[in-house]
Design a protein around this ligand. Structure first.
Ligand code: HEM
Length: 164
């Protein structure tokens, strides 16, 4: 029973940090594949799209995920969930606008909405980090390393059942 509980926690515990990292990895794949396509075909017209998929999708999402992982006191907040929702939506719409530009069209309403949502998501992240900065102390500062007493010189103790 206990093992079942641990297993179900391990497999169903969706959190913004993990989702951000998953999305980041998918964008890394997509953005890099587009880079390979550009190189093979000597067609660099989608350069801005490639750069933004990688920087908005891969780099930013990975940084958000790592930040929420490093600071669990904000990592599972409603603010973090809202941030994830806005950032994910924006990361689709904004590059869609850039694609339109590369095709010779207007940036368009979709792209503009993407930029707006990206700005809102940035604001939410700023609020989350401001809360962190103004907190008296971290509730569980050692949680990144899995160590009690902030002793970071010793190797981390496993906190969860490892995922195979
Ligand atoms: C397999 C991986 C990748 C390949 C094959 C690739 C390929 C390319 C190519 C062919 C260009 C155009 C170069 C030119 O115009 O002379 C380019 C530009 C660029 N790439 Fe990548 N890339 C890859 C991964 C990445 C990653 C991971 C990032 C960022 C995290 C990135 C960021 C950029 C940026 C910022 C530019 C410049 C865009 C511009 O000038 O408008 N790339 N890449």
């Amino acid at each position: 029973m206990r093992d079942q509980l641990i297993a179900s926690e391990t497999y169903t515990d969706m959190r913004p940090d993990r989702l951000f990292l998953l999305v980041a990895a998918l964008y890394l794949l997509g953005g890099s594949a587009l880079g390979v396509w550009m190189g093979v075909n000597h067609d660099f017209s989608l350069r801005p799209l490639h750069a933004h998929i990688n920087l908005v999708g891969w780099a930013s999402m990975a940084l958000f995920g790592l930040t929420y992982r490093a600071f669990p006191e904000i990592g599972t907040s409603r603010l973090a969930w809202a941030h994830f929702t806005f950032a994910l939506t924006a990361s689709i719409l904004f590059p869609a606008g850039l694609y339109q530009v590369s095709m010779g069209n207007e940036f368009g309403v979709i792209g503009e909405l993407g930029v707006l949502l990206w700005l809102v998501s940035g604001l939410l992240f700023a609020v989350a980090t401001a809360r962190l900065a103004s907190a008296k102390r971290c509730r569980d500062e050692s949680s990144v390393w899995g160590l009690p007493n902030n002793d970071r010189t010793k190797p981390p103790l496993p906190k969860h059942v490892p995922i195979d």
